[in-house]
Structures are given as C-alpha cells and as structure tokens.
Design a protein around this ligand. Structure first.
Ligand SMILES: [Fe+2]
Length: 331
C-alpha cells in the first residue's frame, strides 16, 4: 500500500511553524515533572521567579534538543512547488520528484527509512525522479552503516516514465567516490556529470543536465577544486528545448544563464538547525542564507534548493524536516 503523503505548507515559512510546534507539543520529549508543575502554581518571589525562569529555559532547551535530535530528523514531508519559469513552455506540464542528501546510514536514516523515502517518492508518480548527491552518511554519528548494495537496491526501486537520474555530491567525492559510482551503476541509475540528455516525447522534449561536484577535491581549509563544467555541460545542449539543470551545491547559481529554465540543488540541508537568532549560521554556502533553501528567483532565473533527507556534521534537524521536493513545471 502506498504511504500516506504529508504535504508541507510552505506558507508557514522556513522556521518552526505552528504545525511543527503542535507536533512538538505532542511529541514524547522530557516534560515538566509534577513537582515542577506544582512549583509553577506557587506565588513566586522575585528570587523564585528567576530560579523558575532559568529552570523553564533549561527544560525548554532540553525538550527542544530532544525534538531536534530524536524526532524531527525521522519525519518526512513532501514539499510542493508549482511554477512556469521563463524558458519553460506555458502549459507543458512536467512533474519532477527530487531526493537530495539521503546520507543513508546516519543515525536516523536506517534502511527502513530509506525504503519509506523510496515508497513515498514512487507514490508521487512524477514524470521524472532526480537524486542530487550525498548518498551516504560519513560522520562519526553513523550508528547503523548500511552496505552500499542495500541502500542502492532501495533506490533501484524508484521508477518514473522519464527515468531516475543522479548527480554526485561533495561527500560522495570526499569519502568513497568509487563505491558510490559502483552502487548506482549496479542498480542502473545513470550519473549526469557534466552531461545533458534529451528526454520526453516528440514535441515536448526537454534537456536534463547535471554538473560535476563543485567541492570534489579538498585542498585545505576552505579551499576546494571542483569537477564541475557548466559551460561544457551547456555546450552539449543542441536544440532549443527547455533545460532543467541539476547541481549539488547551489552556489553556482549566479553563473547559471537564463537559458536554463530551472536549477535544482541540495547540499545545504536548509541549514538543518533553522531557528531565529542562530539561523543562518550553519548554511554551508559562501552566500549565507541567500541560497539556503526553497524557491529562489534572481534576474528571472529560478532555482529550488531542497532541504534534503539526512543530516551532516550534527545529527539533528530543527525547523527544516526531511523532505522530498515535488516540482510541477508548466502548471
Ligand atoms: Fe553536500
């Protein structure tokens, strides 16, 4: 049976929404003890008020931390976008399901969770499914490593009329590029690496292009050499048909020409911890919050950045639940 889809209401904005807070309030996290509740009913002296306030802050902090570390990362929502950007023919409908930053084997992304992501993606019945890189978890919080053939076999169950296509991310390059390539090849998921393919039926064709990773080789603190070739990729486009471009890191967006109707990106995880005051401290982008998440329009060029599925650096999410993006072009 297909899974029930939970469609995210983006009008709630990027931070902790009222719906999220409602789930938070009902979540099984450490709650106030009877003693603490009784204390709240006591008429507080100024000193007691200060002590009680500090206690409540501690309680809220621990409860929020428990939610961020143990509950939100296990969530899965579908975030819909409907748009007809310049460069995409009006009325030509194309649906795309986007899975970014799976990080399989991380503390929350167990094999059953990967299967749930795949089932949910298939249930959307999109024309096309794209995978935007960073397939495995690499950090020290990798509690339940998943062998490559297992997570890849789950991804191999994805299906769409115009195919399932992948690009590679920085973590794929940094840790096990050969293993990830082999795993995807074994389940016949092609990797677009400075390549473009013409898809769709006659009269409704479109180009799907993907570039190599922009941070592929670590040269030192803050220094990288990419394997991306945007001009070379676009040179492979030999007709006037519209173009959808896949990139792992969104930072390339300022150099993407208007010839590209839509750019799809991942990598940022939407910053993972997305709350006022702290946000956007954790966005892995030289542009800070500019390309951190969502539908970005600059000079009539359009990009959608997915918050992705897994976690990196710290095993927690707050205000940006794991998501599958569902794009409808030409709606
Ligand atoms: Fe990444």
């Amino acid at each position: 049976m297909p899974p029930a889809l939970r469609i995210r209401d983006r009008s709630n904005g990027p931070f902790i929404s009222s719906g999220l807070m409602k789930r938070f309030m009902h979540a099984k996290v450490p709650s106030a003890s009877p003693l603490q509740l009784a204390q709240l009913k006591i008429r507080l002296s100024r000193r007691r008020l200060l002590i009680g306030g500090a206690g409540l802050v501690g309680l809220a902090t621990s409860a929020t931390g428990a939610y961020a570390a143990g509950i939100e990362p296990l969530d899965l929502v579908v975030t819909p976008y409907a748009l007809t950007p310049p460069g995409w023919p009006a009325g030509r409908k194309l649906t795309i399901t986007v899975i970014a930053d799976l990080h399989a084997g991380g503390p929350h992304i167990t094999l059953p969770h990967v299967a749930h992501v795949v089932d949910t993606a298939n249930a959307l019945r999109s024309d096309l499914i794209v995978l935007l890189g960073d397939f495995k978890a690499w950090y020290r919080f990798k509690f339940e490593p998943i062998d490559d053939p297992l997570w890849a076999a789950e991804l191999g169950r994805l299906h769409a009329p115009f195919g399932v296509w992948a690009i590679l991310g920085n973590h794929d390059w940094w840790h096990d590029i050969k293993g990830v390539r082999r795993a995807l090849a074994d389940v016949r998921i092609p990797i677009l690496e400075n390549e473009a393919v013409l898809l769709g039926p006659a009269g409704q064709r479109f180009w799907l292009a993907g570039i190599g990773d922009q941070l592929a080789h670590w040269l030192g603190p803050g220094r990288f050499r990419g394997v991306d070739d945007l001009p070379g990729t676009l040179a492979r486009i030999r007709s006037d048909d519209p173009v959808v471009l896949l990139v792992h890191e969104p930072d390339i967006f300022p150099t993407v020409p208007s010839r590209v109707a839509l750019t799809l990106a991942g990598h940022t995880h939407g910053a993972q911890i997305r709350v006022p005051l702290i946000w956007p401290s954790f966005v892995p982008s030289r542009y800070g919050a500019r390309f951190a998440y969502g539908h970005i329009v600059e000079n009539e060029r359009h990009m959608i950045v997915s918050g992705g599925i897994g976690t990196s650096i710290i095993p927690a999410r707050l205000g940006v639940p794991p998501e599958i993006v569902h794009v409808t072009l030409g709606a």
